[in-house]
Design a protein around this ligand. Sequence first.
Ligand code: DX5
Ligand code: ZN
Length: 217
Amino acid sequence: MAVQINPSILSADFSRLAEEAKAVEGADWLHVDVMDNHFVPNLTLGVPIVESLSRATDIPLDCHLMIEDADRWAPQYVEAGARSVTFHAEACAAPVRTAREIRAKGARASMALKPATPIEPYEDLLPELDMLLIMTVEPGFGGQAFLDIMLPKIRRTRELISKHGLELWLQVDGGVSASTIERCAEAGADVFVAGSAVYGTDDPAAAVRMLRNQATE
Ligand code: DX5
Ligand code: ZN
């Protein structure tokens, strides 16, 4: 299971996004949090900025859509240049159709679960997905404390993935840092989003290397 580290630009300087992308050289993906002030109580960025950013960096974009009406918007983020698009189960009326549309347009399809959303009702959908995102904070803001109570869900999800013999990646997002990443990795996560733990430091590239080492130990 190869470990991947995805810095979240939510904690970066939005006036210098291209430079901030360069500052995390060595990262596997750049995590882009799209928020609409309806699905979550915060507002960030949309299709035009994703389009510009995808032209400005070679790091593939991992778009995390925290927006309502995800069925309608998800394919547009692939067209904007995202190589992976994550929609929330709670905001998606037709997850199978949406995942198939994302894949048909050439990106990886991923579904996210808020802390109170269980994985079990989605077991049969897993083959339609390339990644599952388990939120380890309530979505909406960077810098929140990691929710330890999500560890059993990570473990159960990893078991379901193995039971079905799937290649699906298991991403965690929220409060991932030097002090929590090992627990996430041990529970079965292999893709780690980190905002404040990367961009809140003086040397974001070094923070990425350190997180990778800790997740690999
Ligand atoms: C929160 C976002 C996260 C956020 C994580 O809703 O989905 O991607 O940037 O920030 P940290 O790593 O600071 O918790
Ligand atoms: Zn995110």
